[in-house]
Design a protein around this ligand. Structure first.
Ligand code: ZN
Length: 811
């Protein structure tokens, strides 16, 4: 469903503000339900078929453009999180088996090599600080150019970020060009080489269009540099100029939030879901005053399957046989034999001896076998129906004459040791905090919605250990546990997790087979079943008409038969419903992304789920920079600005994902990690990634604590600059921290019903208002914790709002 109620953010706001409601009305009913699932099935393109007994690789696929990318997605191919526009086309990473690679090639896709993050070695240079005072005059000229170009230029620089990553120095630039939708031109960025140097002296770099679902978003690109530039300049193809200061992305402060003696590094190997749950139980036993294990209300369907076999070679001669009992409950003991009676004119017959089923095939006058697959399947179901159900292959008529087959066991093909339960599996959380009564600010961290992502669960375990083992000695940790109600779920999807460890390493989904009879229900399809737990949620889902999820039961982005059809998803919904829940982290891998809502859009038109307000967006960015800085502390690995932001701005649409449900339905500040560089890296790398992202998860807890303790009121100022419009001026609001600004231009008292100051556009800052010179401006700001500037009370007759005039400063 798509929600129409506003979430409980900016918590002193009344239930609906005018601006918020308008936003939802625009994006809600206009898009919901435009494509029913049935419509999608009717014109569904051919989908890839995965053969069993093959492991998948991550390979690079290059497509010509977004149309071909859409076609690729429509095949049901399993893409990880890399989408890179290049001169040769859009490069994506597909997780595919050799059979699927062959199929992709047959379909005409360019399949390349495995892409690795470049291990570069540029020299580290440190000329950060220089005497800017000497260049004060130059700065004034620059400021004038900046203001002029901001008012009139057709190109606008959104971000210019310098950062170090490993031993590299990088400049990442994003800019929006007014002609970007229609012209394919790249933009050239000229850099200086530090304070006081000429533009161009640091070299140039090209940035390319970022177009998704046919819509131009902005130009972007990163390049290695040998010195930190102070300024950049872009001259658009029309000759317009934009300039900007370069900011440092994720500078590492000298002081660490980890006190002396802070303990970490608690994981020594990958852990299966069974081991993860054992680990949190032991941890809670060791710290009964601070932690408890909570069994979530919904059990999974279980790491279990019916025993199956497919007899015969070609489709027309194949007979598929499934046990009625689960494999571990007797199905695996059943055998089936198709025997040539070795005599003429014999009828088709079936005998059952215990769990041994023997089919004596029919013969003609010459003694040749005549029984068809359809006849054998019908006879098996009729005569051995207490043990098995048999059917022809995937809806085939089964007219081919079968060949004799020696006695063959049915099997559930599950290879996990007996210690892994085959029963419906409980999902466990560890709840950490001194006061676990719902009175504290709630934070939720959950991992392994996707089974094959083995590192994210370790991040949650490492974090739980850090919290509990440092509590006695570290005041900072003690404060986190006093302030917060922390819920950590190391594995949301234990069935898929076990399957990934023991049977099929590339398993992404849960293990529930929703394929209908006549479809891919036989043993040969066993690696193609399951629901993508990160597409089964309730907001902006496939069922609401949003893009990036599949209605096919064998697709790796299968959304399931309906919203919250899966127990794994109902558990997350149950956790998110807790009234005190305010922050969350959904841990995935890979790609080193850090993202938040919106995570879905509808096509055509790329109609996004509602964007957060400017204030929420800046709160997301502010907290993100803290979290990413903590990650970078470990080994200078920078999550890049190009991989930070709303999911649909930096990646692609993912209809029905969990972050969107938590944000839109419950008003939780919901982030997503995409940890590391691959699903199952070498242990050495997995260990490093665990340490990095546990730093980030602990920092999220500090963000939550600071939010809880935030009693500081925001302050704001009015900035007035010249406008290109005769008789008007440009007006912006600047705030001291992420805060919503409500304003009036007609001299009236501002309230929560007044206009909400908005973003200028995707990844841009606050909008610039053009108002008649001399306009009276009244406004106030309110931060995420609900603190209002100057103790103003918008709902009574308080008069302590801000007042200003839209007039240019003199001089
Ligand atoms: Zn994932």
């Amino acid at each position: 469903m798509s929600r129409s109620a506003l979430p409980r953010r900016w918590r002193r706001l009344p239930a609906a503000t005018a601006a918020g409601v308008a936003l939802l009305l625009l994006a809600g009913p206009a898009t919901a339900g435009t494509a029913a699932p049935a419509d999608r099935e009717a014109d569904a393109p051919a989908v890839l078929e995965r053969s069993a007994d093959e492991q998948a690789d991550v390979v690079e696929v290059t497509v010509d453009g977004t149309a071909q990318l859409d076609a690729l997605v429509a095949t049901g191919v399993d893409l990880d999180h890399h989408v890179t526009p290049t001169e040769a086309g859009i490069v994506v990473h597909a997780v595919v088996t050799p059979t699927e690679v062959a199929a992709l090639k047959r379909m005409g896709y360019r399949v390349g090599a495995v892409l690795h993050d470049a291990a570069d070695s540029a020299q580290r240079v440190s000329e950060r600080e220089a005497t800017i005072a000497a260049h004060r005059a130059e700065n004034r000229a620059y400021t004038a150019t900046l203001e002029r170009s901001a008012a009139t230029s057709d190109v606008k620089i959104i971000r210019a970020d310098y950062y170090t990553s490993g031993t590299n120095q990088v400049l990442s630039v994003e800019a929006k060009w007014a002609q970007g939708q229609t012209s394919t031109s790249t933009l050239t960025v000229a850099r200086d080489s530090g304070p006081g140097t000429e533009i161009g002296s640091g070299g140039t770099q090209n940035i390319t269009r970022f177009v998704d679902a046919g819509v131009y978003l902005y130009h972007r690109g990163a390049a290695a540099v040998t010195a930190r530039p102070q300024r950049i300049q872009i001259t658009s193809p029309t000759g317009d100029v934009a300039v900007a200061e370069v900011k440092e992305w994720l500078p590492i402060p000298a002081d660490s939030p980890e006190g002396p003696g802070y303990q970490k590094d608690f994981v020594t190997s990958y852990l299966t879901p069974t081991e993860l749950y054992d680990r949190i139980k032991r941890l809670a036993d060791a710290y009964p005053q601070l932690a408890e294990v909570v069994k979530l209300p919904y059990q999974t369907n279980g790491y279990r399957r019916k025993a199956q076999v497919v007899l015969g070679g070609t489709n027309a001669t194949r007979v598929a046989v499934d046990s009625l009992a689960w494999g571990h409950e007797g199905g695996n003991d059943i055998t089936v034999e198709l025997a040539d009676p070795g005599a003429a004119d014999r009828p088709l017959s079936v005998t059952v001896t215990g769990k041994a089923i023997r089919v004596s095939l029919g013969t003609d006058a010459a003694g040749a076998v005549t029984s068809t697959a359809a006849q054998v399947a019908a006879a098996l179901t009729a005569e051995a129906g207490a043990l098995v159900r048999a059917y022809t292959y995937r809806g085939d008529a089964g007219a081919g004459v079968v060949a004799p087959v020696a006695s063959t066991p049915l099997t559930d093909n599950l290879k996990a040791p007996a210690g892994v339960s085959r029963d419906p599996h409980p999902v466990y959380a560890i709840r950490i905090g001194k006061y676990r009564d719902g009175s504290r600010t709630g934070v939720l961290a959950y991992a392994q919605e996707h089974a094959r992502e083995w590192v994210p669960p370790l991040v949650t375990i490492e974090t739980a250990e850090r919290l509990l083992r440092n509590h006695a000695t570290d005041e900072n940790t003690k404060q986190l546990l006093r302030t917060l109600d922390i819920w950590i779920v190391p594995s949301i999807n234990p069935d898929g997790g076990h399957y990934s460890f023991y049977d099929y390493a590339s398993q992404r989904r849960n293990m529930t087979n929703h394929c209908a009879p006549g479809g891919a229900t036989d043993a040969l399809a066993r690696n193609s079943w399951g629901v993508d737990n990160n597409r089964n949620y309730t907001e902006y889902s496939l069922f609401d008409g949003y893009s990036g999820a599949s209605a096919s039961c064998t697709s790796d982005t299968y959304a399931g038969p309906g919203e919250l059809s899966e127990p794994e998803n109902r558990n997350v919904d149950w956790l998110a419903q807790r009234p005190n829940m305010k922050f969350s982290m959904n841990l995935h891998s890979s790609g080193n992304y850090f993202m938040w809502s919106p995570g879905a859009y509808a096509t055509p038109g790329r109609i996004s789920a509602p964007r957060p307000t400017l204030a929420d967006e800046s709160f997301f960015w502010g907290a993100s920079s803290r979290i990413l800085t903590a990650i970078k502390r470990h080994r200078n690995m920078a999550v890049t600005p190009a991989r930070t932001g709303p999911i649909s701005d930096v990646l692609y649409s993912a209809a029905g994902n969990s972050g969107d449900m938590l944000w839109y339905k419950y008003g939780i500040y919901a982030w997503n990690f995409e940890v590391g560089t691959s699903f199952q890296p070498t242990w050495e790398e997995a260990h490093q990634e665990t340490m990095e992202f546990s730093n980030g998860l602990v920092e999220l807890l500090r963000v939550a604590r600071d939010f809880d303790k935030d009693k500081k009121r925001p302050t704001s100022t009015l900035a007035v600059t010249p406008s290109a419009t005769e008789g008007s001026v440009s007006v912006r609001f600047d705030v001291s921290e992420p805060a919503a600004v409500f304003y009036t231009l007609d001299g009236s008292r501002p309230t929560f019903a007044s206009t909400l100051y908005a973003s200028a556009g995707i990844r841009e800052g606050g909008e610039t208002l053009t108002v008649p010179a001399g306009t009276k401006v009244h406004w106030f700001s309110v931060d995420a914790a609900g603190n209002i500037e100057r103790n103003y009370r918008p709902d009574d007759d308080s008069l302590t709002f801000n007042r200003g005039w839209a007039t240019l400063p003199t001089g």
